[in-house]
Design a protein around this ligand. Structure first.
Ligand code: AKB
Length: 332
């Protein structure tokens, strides 16, 4: 706060430092545009900058600040942080699980080298840094039902390895340099108006589009493959909440968050309640199946609930109703 005064009265006006100035990397992925929307509502349109290396669609370009930023280009990143007086950085650039297995070099570059740039810039400029981790940071030797925050983490994907690396590096920078690092392990995120790209949980988004358009869906995971999942609104709210949480509430710097767990056959049964003719068939993608079989089935997020009050709004029935309504109204 800045206290301003003139001859006749004292008034308190809010300086720009009352609101964080946020940069979101990887802003054109599944989550960036949605996060920008809720952060802009809270902190003002001009205080939230979306960035990516791709050209934004016109509705994104016209809805608020957008800039080119390549996380592999340290100088470019530093220039953006300095010129825009950034105070919070949300680091959404990442190559996801299935695409990572098809292109290990790219995943290593973006998810590990890119993260090093982000950590150094954030530490150098005193930023509050959010980096998402994932259920994919666990592996076949982790307890899978449920998976607690602290347990064996030996993932078998480059995506998972890079995310364990991000968790450990962020926590190391926090302890060593005082970096305000905050990290949530997301489950599979389900969204209607943005597409995931190259993940193992993507089927749980595609099913709604195909069910709504064609009344059928070919699933690339086996019927009984149970994975933790969350509706995007819960995920974005959790992200804002952990970013705003007072430091003293954060007993840890990396938390599991969860909403529900289901398998393709359970999801299909719920869709069928609203589209009775809906048919699901299975054509297994063996790479994705092996990944899913090594991931948590249920996710224990008790620490997030106790420490900073995490609570999800959407269970499976609300998720299905919301998704089908959204997609249905969009195509009408
Ligand atoms: C993926 O499937 O790779 C992601 C994730 C769960 O991190 N959606």
């Amino acid at each position: 706060r800045q206290v301003t005064s003139d001859a006749s009265f004292h008034s308190v006006s809010f300086s720009e430092t009352d609101h964080p100035k946020v940069l979101i990397t990887g802003g054109l992925g599944q989550l960036g545009v949605g996060l920008a929307k809720i952060l802009r509502k809270r902190f003002g349109n001009n205080n939230v900058i979306l960035s990516d290396i791709r050209k934004p669609p016109s509705h994104v370009f016209h809805s608020g600040p957008f800039i080119y930023s390549d996380i592999l280009d340290y100088k470019n990143l530093r220039e953006i942080v300095v010129n825009n007086r950034i105070t919070w950085l949300v680091h959404y650039s990442a190559v996801l699980s299935a695409v990572g297995e098809a292109n290990v070099q790219l995943a290593r570059e973006v998810n590990i080298t890119g993260l090093h740039n982000i950590l150094d810039i954030a530490a150098e400029h005193g930023l509050r840094l959010f980096v998402p981790s994932t259920i994919g940071a666990f592996g076949p030797t982790s307890p899978r039902d449920p998976t607690p925050d602290l347990c064996v983490q030996r993932p078998r994907t480059i995506y998972g390895v890079s995310k364990v690396h991000a968790e450990l590096m962020g926590e190391y920078y926090h302890h060593r340099y005082g970096l305000d690092f905050r990290c949530l392990r997301y489950p599979g995120i389900i969204s209607a108006d943005s597409q995931p790209g190259g993940g193992t949980t993507d089927y749980a988004v595609a099913i709604f589009h195909d069910a709504s358009k064609n009344g059928k869906f070919e699933c690339n995971l086996k019927p009984g493959t149970r994975l933790p999942m969350m509706y995007i609104d819960d995920c974005l709210r959790a992200t804002l909440e952990v970013m705003e949480a007072p430091t003293e509430q954060l007993r840890m710097r990396t938390y599991n968050i969860n909403a529900m767990s289901f398998s393709p056959e359970e999801l299909a049964a719920e869709v069928k309640k609203q589209i009775p003719d809906f048919q699901i068939t299975y054509n297994i993608d063996h790479i994705r199946q092996a990944i899913a079989d090594s991931w948590p089935m249920n996710f224990d997020d008790g620490n997030a609930r106790n420490d900073w009050g995490w609570k999800h709004d959407y269970d499976l029935p609300e998720l299905v109703t919301t998704m089908l309504n959204f997609i249905g109204s969009d195509s009408r």
